[in-house]
Design a protein around this ligand. Structure first.
Ligand code: C2O
Length: 540
């Protein structure tokens, strides 16, 4: 196994997008940031130097970080932010993971421009469980604002305005040729006829689930969230923010230029406006004639095409029967959803009827600490930073997905963690709600991958719905969409001590409080103990 050393210098950089110049925060002046390519078993040592004017922290999305929460990265959860002028070195080892992951800033809205691919190849002597591709490329889907994204979210938090309306989607940082002033810079993927190509799709968009497709080519899905899947063919894929999907294509079409395109999948109610434009890149065969002609177009599903999105997600399975952790020791039932708060006096609030938006889990809208990270507080028993009484069930029961009276469910601000004993089998029912509005929530857990046992519409019914569990070959993921007015059930073994964030990967919802954290207690043996913090861990 190798050790990979990298310097990540966080710095401002001027870029041209959509006909004007913008100063954005980047890593090493690159946007998207550097692609990290490692093998399973390798270690990474990444020295982050903050030369920007904002606090920063970097999260390695999907990396298990076993007993190594200090390298996980979410600001105020596992570390204080790296302040301007500061440095912090993330050290971690890949243990039994292969496929496509990514890294991104985990503070404020900096991940809008601070992100990149993290590719884990099989061990040196090992190979893929599918034909070795002739070429492979990351296809990073992103979301672009002409305004400084930090100002967008700041305004959303102060007024509760809805910031979902971005100015473009992007592929590898470029909007593509359907947008103004963007044709020259459209991302091009060179291929040759008769090849097998591995495309590693990453949804790095801030707030939007995306459909994606390649014109004229059937994709074979082979992995999702760095777990291999039972291969299946599809003409379109759907990824929620945070998710990755690896596909193979055969370049068996006439030598030409073919769009790779992505656009929104949203079942948000009309009150939530969103960007409905299409981003493009170009799959370009060697010898293709470039002059004049547009690349071959691909029609993507309509943005409300839930049937296509659901059918795609349901096809994702583990390649072979897996050993499902049983029996369940800990049952957590938590609502996930939006809510409304009253507008504080003398404020302008952007929600309906002068309210402002909030989001919650089991009615608690999570508030991050600001003088110590949760992990530090847990490790050193510092009182007053959090409480460990996140409820295992909603405080009141009602018809979560029906027509809910607004006054029934007023989110309460709190910093409540859910305590879990080391080694226990945890089953979580994530129940979407329809409190003022239902939307799909891509839920992500740090430090873990989990089996997705079942998903459905309406209110989860433990008696009826247990029969729907896939206990044979469920997918193993780190981010899963909770359907609008529906639920999903996940299961995992709490074998990783530490404080691990559980949150909606729609950044607006995250900032409105749609998160909690697992407090996985240390076991007794040495192996189970979280390592001491590194000496350069930033101070608040
Ligand atoms: Cu991809 Cu908490 O993050």
């Amino acid at each position: 196994a190798e050790v990979h050393y990298h310097d990540f210098v966080v710095q401002a950089k001027q870029v041209q997008r959509l006909c004007s110049a913008h100063t954005i925060v980047t890593v090493n002046g690159q946007f998207p940031g550097p692609t990290l390519v490692v093998r399973d078993g390798d270690s990474l040592v990444i020295k982050v130097v903050n030369n920007a004017k904002y606090n920063i922290s970097i999260h390695w999305h999907g990396i298990r970080q076993k007993r190594n929460g200090w390298a996980d990265g979410p600001a105020f959860v596992t570390q204080c932010p790296i302040q301007p002028g500061g440095t912090y070195t993330y050290r971690f080892t890949i243990e039994g993971q292969e496929g496509t992951l990514w890294w991104h800033a985990h503070i404020s809205w900096l991940r809008a421009t601070v992100y990149g691919a993290l590719i884990i190849l099989p061990k040196q002597q090992a190979s893929y469980p599918f034909p070795t591709p002739n070429r492979e490329y990351p296809v990073i889907l992103g979301e672009w604002w002409n305004r400084n994204p930090i100002d967008v979210i700041r305004q959303a938090l102060i007024t509760g305005a809805n910031p979902n309306l971005s100015d473009a989607f992007t592929i590898n940082g470029q909007p593509g040729d359907l947008y103004n002033c963007s044709a020259q810079e459209t991302t091009v993927y060179p291929v040759a006829a008769g090849e097998t190509i591995l495309l590693r799709f990453i949804n790095a968009a801030m707030n939007t689930q995306l459909f994606a497709a390649v014109a004229g080519h059937i994709m074979t899905v082979v992995a999702a969230d760095a777990s291999y899947t039972k291969p299946f063919p599809t003409s379109v894929i759907m990824l929620g923010p945070g998710q990755t999907t690896d596909v193979l294509i055969r370049t068996n079409q006439p030598a030409g230029r073919y769009y790779i395109a992505a656009r929104a999948y949203s079942n948000a109610p009309p009150i939530i406006t969103f960007d409905n434009t299409t981003t493009t890149a170009i799959l370009e065969y060697a010898g293709a004639v470039k002059s004049g002609q547009r690349p071959k177009f691909v029609a993507l599903p309509g943005y409300r095409d839930r049937a296509t999105a659901a059918a795609f997600s349901a096809n994702i399975r583990s390649p072979a029967p897996v050993k499902i952790p049983e029996p369940v020791d800990v049952n957590l039932f938590t609502t996930v959803g939006l809510g409304l708060l009253n507008c504080p006096p003398n404020r302008m609030c952007g929600g309906p009827n002068g309210t402002r938006f909030a989001a919650s889990m089991n009615n608690f809208s999570f508030v991050l600490p600001n003088r110590l990270s949760l992990l530090q507080a847990a490790q050193f028993n510092v009182a007053g930073v959090f409480t460990s009484d996140f409820p295992a069930a909603p405080p009141i029961q009602f018809d979560y997905t029906g027509k809910v009276r607004r006054g029934l469910w007023q989110p309460v601000k709190a910093t409540k963690l859910f305590p879990v004993k080391y080694g226990s089998v945890v089953q979580v029912v994530l129940q979407g709600t329809n409190i003022f509005a239902a939307e799909e929530h891509p839920m992500h857990i740090h430090g873990y991958s989990f089996y997705v046992l079942a998903t459905g519409l309406g209110n989860f019914d433990p008696k009826k719905d247990a029969s729907k569990f896939n206990l044979v070959d469920p997918p193993h993921r780190n981010t899963i969409g909770v359907p609008a007015k529906g639920w999903v059930v996940i299961r995992f073994v709490a074998d990783n001590p530490g404080v691990w964030l559980v949150h909606c990967h729609i950044d607006t919802h995250l900032n409105w409080g749609l998160m909690t954290a697992l407090l996985v207690e240390n076991g007794v043996g040495e192996l189970e103990t979280t390592i001491p913090p590194p000496p350069d861990l930033p101070r608040c």
